[in-house]
Design a protein around this ligand. Structure first.
Ligand code: NI
Length: 225
């Protein structure tokens, strides 16, 4: 399931982050991938040790945590601190699949269930840079307004098209979900959305309560920590 999540950051916050990133020093993005990724990756990243990366990363994660749809869609148990990348001057990232297991600073590991890209440049300011994600329905082209995010299964083959004008700047990170199975996550998200709609329409309170119970009992059965 590819899901476009709107307004993870408001326009002012996205613009302020973008200005901070425009003033930053970037390094070669190949430093954080294995040999297979290095062959196809041509972009820039904020250095892992950069204080700006840590600061903006924390802001991104707290915005995600406050966003009801983001939370309902991903049900995070562990999140890799966000990194920031920049594609310009023909920069691109050829087709690849992300690593399945990633190391966290506390020595534990994260299973990458979900990949997230949070766009920080307005689409009109650059040409190219589409994120192309393949799934069983074919290829999907993603280029979103600044402040919007896409979440998709980290098991998907994906690439970023060359940027031929301007610069594409984004945050990206991976999530280990409480619910490993993608179809189960989708079912929970649909149920959550239906409960919200029924609540907003003042539907029968006992029925809503029962459905909410079903949601939690499914989550209890499907979650792993
Ligand atoms: Ni990737």
């Amino acid at each position: 399931m590819l899901l476009h999540i709107e307004n993870v950051l408001d326009a002012a916050t996205a613009a302020r982050m973008r200005a901070q990133l425009d003033a930053a020093t970037w390094t070669d993005g190949r430093e954080t991938v294995g040999p297979q990724g290095a062959k196809v990756k041509r972009n820039q990243q904020l250095p892992d040790a950069s204080p700006l990366r840590a600061q903006l990363g924390r802001e991104v994660l707290s915005a995600c945590a406050r966003h009801m749809v983001f939370h309902a869609a991903t049900l995070p148990v562990k999140v890799l601190p966000p990194r920031f990348n920049r594609y310009a001057d023909g920069g691109h990232y050829g087709a690849h699949i992300d690593g399945a297991v990633m190391a966290l600073a506390d020595g534990s590991q994260l299973r990458s269930d979900i990949a997230c890209t949070l766009f920080l440049a307005e689409p009109a300011t650059y040409d190219g840079g589409e994120l192309i994600v393949a799934d069983t329905y074919g290829e999907h082209e993603v280029k979103l307004p600044a402040g919007d995010a896409i979440v998709y299964p980290a098991s998907s083959l994906h690439r970023v098209e060359a940027v031929t004008r301007g610069a594409r700047v984004a945050a990206f990170f991976w999530i280990q979900s409480l619910v490993r199975d993608e179809a189960q996550r989708r079912t929970l998200l649909q149920l959550d959305a239906a409960i919200r709609q029924l609540t907003a329409r003042n539907a029968d309170a006992d029925a809503v309560k029962q459905l909410t119970g079903v949601y939690h009992n499914l989550l209890r059965g499907w979650s792993e920590t």
